[in-house]
Design a protein around this ligand. Structure first.
Ligand code: SAH
Ligand code: SF4
Ligand code: F3S
Length: 524
């Protein structure tokens, strides 16, 4: 591939057609072809399940929403903390009773997909004999074959090969919830950051990015289908680099591509098309489609990306900025590649360039060697940053990781519990301040769905990603209109925030709106 600077794009031909149709189709499954999915873990798993479903649908399977009706039960699993895996073991213990109970339906095949499959490989079957297939995150194309292989009662089929280049770029995922107006689009897979506590690099393999054109094509199709929000997904979504079709010459920014003060333990890739380029392209596909991204790493927030977020009304003003700890000493032990100060400087920079940004974080408490002073540093970071939302975890040691091999899990469960309670308390105290400041403001809410328990209430999200509830009743069709309409999923509603609970708002709907009209002056 030529490393010349070249921006023309090569359209992918035949984007309607799914090339994996060339794969052999197995149509003799003596156990039937009805599949049930249950998904755990992060959003990447949700999207992966959609790839797995696309592959199986193509092989003639039908989906069911009830495990009781299923011929094949697939659990898409997570290994991030011990508790995540415990949940799956418990679920398996229950599901295997179906193997005895399902009258007239034969035995459902049980499959473990995803990160736990990758981490434990055949050990899963050794521990739980009821499992028939085990497929890692890069093996979903192989599901029809694996199921074919597992037809006999005594055979287990396993594929846990990780790939250096699988991005499922040529497969159009089939969404589980066909009525939903929001969609996930994976843009890269794997992670090479090797944070010392984290299992993900071992379950998801090397970092690789999907070509820009295949992403743009998918999002165009989603826009044509009426999807109103796309979340770009990756374990390090902003480390995205398309090194495939179109090459850039490494530019001066490529030489120092990271946020100021940040470093990695692996050699950053150079050249290719980067996250800012992709964000620019996808945000121009449909100006009424919201673009979000998850999960970014603090190291890859050059000003270019921040300017884009600030300038484009359809790129949401929400940044997930996982800090993990407020102590430089612990951050070093975690191999996060930044100090407390670097992180706080980045927060300032982000707030300077995107004043109404909402920020969220992940924090781990009780990591190896974390002492009381480190813990106080985390409390003070939460005090300083004032996040709009946060995911707070107790450290859970994972085999294979650097911390498992080289460090001591030396904070007791009791202290981890206490510290978690303390960081939770500070976070919630600050949240009261942050949320109160939002009260009375007008926000553009994208309606997602009526509440299952109370269809008189609609749930949506603000630009900043805050969950917001409005009454399910008619509203004016525009700012000065006398006509009214019942808002539905996929509609934008201008709404005034009236009250909050820790993680959600109630709002008074004002009128139907759009990204264009809401953000143009005077129409709010
Ligand atoms: N790639 C993403 C997140 C991956 S996992 C990122 O880097 O932001 C989601 C979160 O789980 C992490 O941000 C971290 O806070 C938490 N986590 C990961 N490993 C953990 C462990 N061993 N114990 C407790 N929490 C962990
Ligand atoms: Fe895990 Fe770190 Fe990679 Fe996130 S960046 S997936 S925390 S190794
Ligand atoms: Fe869990 Fe794997 Fe996601 S370990 S958090 S499902 S990448």
């Amino acid at each position: 591939m030529s490393p010349e600077t070249k921006l023309e794009q090569v359209p992918i031909e035949n984007d309607e057609e799914i090339p994996y149709l060339q794969n052999p189709v197995y149509d003799e499954y003596p156990f039937g072809k009805t599949v049930y999915f249950e998904t755990y873990g992060c959003q990447m798993n949700v999207n992966d399940a959609e790839y797995a479903w696309a592959v199986l649908q193509n092989a003639g399977f039908k989906k069911t929403d009830s495990y009781l009706m299923a011929d094949v039960i697939l659990l898409v699993t997570c290994s991030i903390r011990e508790k995540a895996e415990d949940k799956i073991w418990n679920r398996l213990a229950f599901l295997k009773t179906l193997k005895r109970k399902q009258p007239g339906k034969g035995f459902p095949k049980l499959g473990i997909l995803g990160c736990m499959a990758e981490r434990l490989k055949k050990k899963i079957v050794e521990q739980e004999k009821a499992v028939d297939i085990v497929a890692g995150p890069d093996a979903y194309r192989d599901l029809p074959r694996l199921l074919e292989q597992a037809t006999s009662e005594s055979t287990t089929a396993i594929n846990v090969m990780l790939s250096v280049d699988e991005t499922y770029a040529d497969i159009m995922p089939v969404r589980m919830d066909e009525l939903s107006k929001t969609a996930f689009v994976s843009i890269m897979r794997g992670c090479e950051n090797m944070c010392s506590y984290c299992i993900v690099p071992f379950t998801r393999g090397l970092e690789r990015s999907r070509p820009v054109e295949s992403i743009v094509n998918e999002i165009k199709q989603l826009s044509d289908q009426g999807i109103k929000q796309v979340t770009l997904l990756g374990q390090n979504v902003n480390s995205y680099r398309d090194l495939s079709e179109v090459q850039h010459k490494p530019t001066p920014e490529d030489v120092a591509p990271m946020s100021k003060g940040f470093k990695t333990i692996y050699k950053p890739r150079l050249g290719g098309l980067r996250f800012a380029y992709l964000l620019d392209r996808v945000s121009q596909i449909d100006s009424e489609m919201r673009i979000r991204f998850m999960s970014p790493h603090p190291k890859d927030f050059p000003d270019e990306v921040l300017h884009l977020i600030s300038e484009r009304p359809n790129i949401c003003n929400h940044i997930h900025l996982p800090a993990q700890s407020g102590s430089t000493k612990v951050l070093e032990a975690m191999r996060r590649g930044y100090s407390r100060e670097d992180y706080l400087n980045l927060v300032d920079r982000i707030r300077h360039l995107i004043p109404d940004v909402s920020l969220s974080t992940d924090m781990i408490t009780g990591f190896c060697s974390e002492d009381e002073i480190d813990h106080q540093d985390t409390l003070s970071l939460l005090n300083l940053v004032k996040y709009n939302f946060a995911f707070l975890f107790k450290y859970s040691m994972r085999k294979k990781t650097h911390a498992y091999h080289k460090m001591k899990d030396d904070v007791s469960q009791e202290v981890k519990g206490q510290r978690l309670a303390e960081i939770m308390e500070i976070y919630q105290q600050k949240l009261v301040e942050v949320n109160s400041q939002c009260l009375g403001t007008n926000q553009l809410v994208l309606i997602e769905k009526p509440l299952q328990k109370n269809p008189d209430v609609l749930m949506g999200r603000t630009d900043g990603g805050l969950k917001t509830f409005i009454p399910n009743s008619p509203i004016p069709t525009s700012v000065n209109s006398q006509d009214t309409i019942l808002p539905k999923p996929g509609d934008y509603v201008a709404a005034k925030l009236t009250s909050y609970k820790p993680n959600s708002f109630r709002a008074q709907p004002l009128h139907l709106s759009s990204i264009k009209s809401f953000y143009s002056t005077g129409s709010r």
